[in-house]
Design a protein around this ligand. Structure first.
Ligand code: FAD
Length: 389
């Protein structure tokens, strides 16, 4: 009853394994990862790795010392109660943790384009980003903005094609992203909004209106989907978006099977809905939460979601989760270099977006976590710290 198999070898998997050992788990512990690499961090892949400030982002963990069997270059292909099928034979388990993350969404006819998800993707893109090369990025999301930033620093010509009428269309309302358009301009990036890509061929991107945009390199960054297709028919139920459907303890619908990180959705009591989070902080904490649960703690997993993005020389951070009915409150002006927005629901902050104001982020995150109310007049003054009313 003590064999733990973790499927996937990203940050969520690594945190789960390490936390189990640190918490005194004595049974056997295996990590099965499809990539040929030991667990590594992805956030630097669109930042320092592209800029050649780092070549590797391997987590500094001694797997031998942790007595963890690292089975890299091995892909899980099926799951039955007590038995994981892989492309190199079956592995029996008593407890299984699904940590297979997410895979980039591809566009129809985009085989000539790159994506940016793995260390190998990042190193290959870096080699292609020669000064003067024309990089066309499809999607003005987080990956698009960060890759554009790095490519400009490397003296590439950069065009970003975005189908929506503002950057970060899925994540933020247009009134907030309007000031961000200027960031592209100032960095010398051509941002084309309303540009719908029809197909991509070597050397060119075809737009739906018939225009042809020439390109030396094309990177598609239009989001990622839970990498869970291998679970179809296993008894592990998936939600409509393909994420593993977990309960508040991150248990799946198959007994003895848990899920963590980018591949799972869970019911958040805090937000009153099932949520799917694809950020580093969630990978870390959900991995730890399942380890704690396996060690006997029954604490619902429901932290305030958090992520950061480094784009155009700015640190952009977001905590919480806002909806259409929540009231945005500005701290500072979008014309300024630094500003924050707090979303209030009945005077209680539920989310915050900060641009180069890390202290606002830390204070807001605490208030959101506590469910504390603020005085809107005081909270709107960027010179005052954020505190509860
Ligand atoms: P993953 O990191 O996706 O790891 C899952 C692993 O499982 C992969 O190695 C995959 O190959 C493997 N796998 C998949 N299927 C199988 C299978 N069937 N069998 C075996 N193995 C399998 N977040 C932030 O908060 N801030 C940032 O600035 C930021 N920057 C990012 C930049 C980039 C370029 C990328 C790609 C992501 C970034 N993220 C950022 C998001 C963050 O990296 C992810 O949320 C995090 O990596 C999720 O961790 P995970 O362990 O759940 O999944």
């Amino acid at each position: 009853t003590d064999r733990v198999v973790v499927v996937g070898a990203g940050v969520a998997a690594a945190q789960c394994a390490v936390t189990l050992r640190e918490g005194g788990w004595h049974g056997s512990l295996s990590l099965v990862g499809a990539e040929p690499h030991p667990p590594y961090d992805r956030p630097p892949l669109s930042k320092d790795v592209l800029l050649a400030k780092a070549d590797r982002t391997t987590l500094d963990l001694d797997w031998k010392a942790f007595d963890v069997r690292l089975l890299t270059g091995r892909r899980a292909t099926s799951l039955a109660p007590g038995l994981l099928g892989t492309d190199a034979g079956e592995l029996p388990y008593d407890h299984l943790v699904i940590a297979t993350g997410a895979a980039p969404i591809r566009l129809p006819g985009d085989s000539a384009a790159r994506v940016l998800r793995t260390i190998d993707d990042s190193l290959a893109l870096r080699a292609a980003l020669r000064p003067g090369a024309h990089l066309v990025l499809v999607g003005a999301g987080w990956i698009g903005a960060e890759t554009a930033t790095a490519a400009r620093r490397l003296d590439c010509r950069v065009t970003v094609l975005e189908a929506a009428d503002a950057p970060l269309p899925g994540a933020l309302p247009a009134e907030l992203t309007a000031p961000m358009r200027r960031w592209y301009e100032q960095a010398g990036v051509e941002l084309r909004l309303g540009a719908r890509v029809d197909r991509i061929e070597p050397g060119a991107v075809h737009l739906a209106d018939g225009e042809l945009v020439p390109a030396d390199e094309v990177v598609v960054g239009v989001g990622a989907r839970p990498d869970t297709r291998w679970l179809v028919g296993s008894g592990v139920e998936l939600d409509a978006g393909g994420a593993v459907l977990a309960d508040s303890l991150l248990r799946t619908t198959l007994p003895g099977v848990w899920a963590v990180g980018d591949c799972v959705s869970y019911p958040s009591a805090r937000y009153g809905e099932r949520i799917w989070v694809q950020h580093w902080d969630h990978a870390l904490h959900s991995g730890r939460a399942v380890a704690a649960a396996l060690l006997g703690a029954e604490v619902p997993y429901d932290p305030v979601p958090y992520f950061w993005s480094e784009q155009f020389g700015r640190m952009v951070q977001y905590a919480g989760r806002h909806g259409a009915g929540d009231q945005p409150l500005w701290r500072g002006s979008p014309e300024d270099e630094q500003w924050s927005v707090l979303w209030l629901r009945d005077e209680r902050p539920v989310a915050a977006l900060t641009v180069d104001r890390p202290r606002d982020l830390a204070q807001a995150r605490r208030l959101i976590d506590l469910g504390a109310a603020v005085d809107p007049a005081l909270a709107a003054d960027p010179a005052l710290p954020l505190k509860s009313a």
